[in-house]
Design a binder for this molecule. Structure first.
Ligand SMILES: N[C@@H](CCC(=O)N[C@@H](CS)C(=O)NCC(=O)O)C(=O)O
Length: 286
C-alpha cells in the first residue's frame, strides 16, 4: 500500500539550500510523524541521500539545528534526511524515563506489550520513509544512499546497514550504542528488553551491531566510527571497540577514531560531521 502523501510544515533557507519539514500519517507507526530533509541548491535532479538517525530524546530537529551538516552537504551535492526517533502524539504510549518510549524508539520493531502496536521504527526507516520521500517532490536518488547516526541513532545506522547488505554505499556512526544486548549496556537491557521481551533473546541480537557483524554475509560497505574519549557513556553504555574488533575480525573496511577530550554532545557530533559527510560522499561518488 502506498503511504499517505506528506504535507509541508515549513521550508527554511540555509547554506544555499533548503531545509524542508514534512508531516505524514505513518501507516507503520500508526500516528502522525514528522521528518526533515536538507536539499542543497542544484540542477542535479538525482541527489544522493544520507539518512541521519538521532539519539535518545531527539526529534528531527536536533541535528538539523546543531549538527553543522548543511555547509558540507552543499559543497558535496548530497541531501540529508532527518527522521524522528519514535512515534509520538495522541494514543502513543510513553515512559517517564528519557530512555524508553517517545524519543527512544531504538530503531527496532517492538513485539511486546503496549509498544508493539506503534514502536516500529525499524520498518519505518527501512521501508516507509524511503517510499514517503518519493512523494515529496524533491530531486533525490533514493537508490544512492548512505546512513549515519548518533548514539541510539549510531546503533540504528549500523544495525540497519548490516541487515540490508548492498542497500547503503557506506555507514557511519558517532558514539554508537554498539553492543546493546550486553549486560553492561543498561539502555539496551532495559529498553530492548521491554520492546522485544528479553535483551538476551535471538530477536534482540538482530538489533545488536556487534552480534550482527559476527555473522554478517555479503556486507562490504565502508564503515566509519568516531568516539569521544570523555563521553560519559563510552564505557558505561556504548562499547564501540567491541563492534570494531568484531568487524575487523570479519575483514570489513572499518575506520575507528577515538578523540581525546570530546564528550557525547552535539559539540562532538558537529566537530566531525564534515568528515562523515565527505566519507559518505566519496562512497556515493560525489
Ligand atoms: N538526557 C540524558 C542523555 C540523553 C542524551 O545525551 N541524548 C543525546 C543522544 S544519546 C542527545 O543527542 N541529546 C539531545 C541534544 O543534545 O540535542 C541524560 O541526562 O543522561
Amino acid at each position: 500500500m502506498s503511504p499517505a502523501p506528506p504535507k509541508t510544515l515549513s521550508t527554511v533557507r540555509a547554506f544555499d539550500g533548503v531545509l524542508h519539514r514534512f508531516q505524514h500519517d505513518s501507516g507503520v507507526l500508526k500516528s502522525s510523524t514528522v521528518f526533515s530533509v536538507y536539499v542543497p541548491d542544484t540542477d542535479d535532479q538525482q541527489l544522493p541521500v544520507i539518512y541521519y538517525l538521532s539519539g535518545l530524546t531527539c526529534t528531527d530537529e536536533n541535528c538539523a539545528q546543531k549538527g553543522c551538516a548543511f555547509g558540507p552537504l552543499r559543497e558535496r551535492g548530497v541531501a540529508m534526511v532527518f527522521p524522528d526517533t519514535s512515534p509520538r502524539g495522541e494514543g502513543t504510549p510513553d515512559d517517564a524515563a528519557y530512555d524508553m518510549g517517545q524519543g527512544a524508539g531504538f530503531y527496532v520493531d517492538a513485539t511486546e506489550g503496549v509498544w508493539a502496536e506503534r514502536f516500529q521504527m525499524y520498518s519505518y526507516i527501512v521501508d516507509e520513509l524511503p517510499e514517503t520521500l518519493k512523494a515529496c517532490g524533491l530531486p533525490l536518488n533514493l537508490n544512492a544512499c548512505s546512513i549515519t547516526g548518533h548514539s541510539m541513532g549510531g546503533h540504528g545506522a549500523l544495525t540497519i546497514a548490516l541487515r540490508n547488505p548492498g542497500r547503503f554505499a557506506s555507514v557511519s556512526a558517532f558514539a554508537p550504542i554498539a553492543n546493546p544486548t550486553a549486560e553492561d549496556c543498561p539502555w539496551g537491557q532495559k529498553t530492548l528488553g521491554a520492546y522485544l521481551g528479553s535483551a538476551s533473546s535471538d530477536k534482540a541480537k538482530l538489533h545488536d551491531a556487534t552480534e550482527l557483524v559476527k555473522s554478517c554475509e555479503g556486507f562490504s560497505a565502508p564503515i566509519l566510527i568516531d568516539q569521544g574519549a570523555s563521553d560519559n557513556f563510552y564505557k558505561t553504555q556504548l562499547h564501540p571497540e567491541r563492534f570494531v574488533d568484531a568487524a575487523k575480525a570479519k575483514g570489513l573496511d572499518v575506520t575507528y577514531r577515538l578523540h581525546e577530550g570530546y564528550d557525547h554532545s552535539y559539540f562532538f557530533v558537529s566537530t566531525f560531521m564534515r568528515d562523515h559527510i565527505e566519507f559518505h560522499a566519496r562512497a556515493l561518488k560525489k
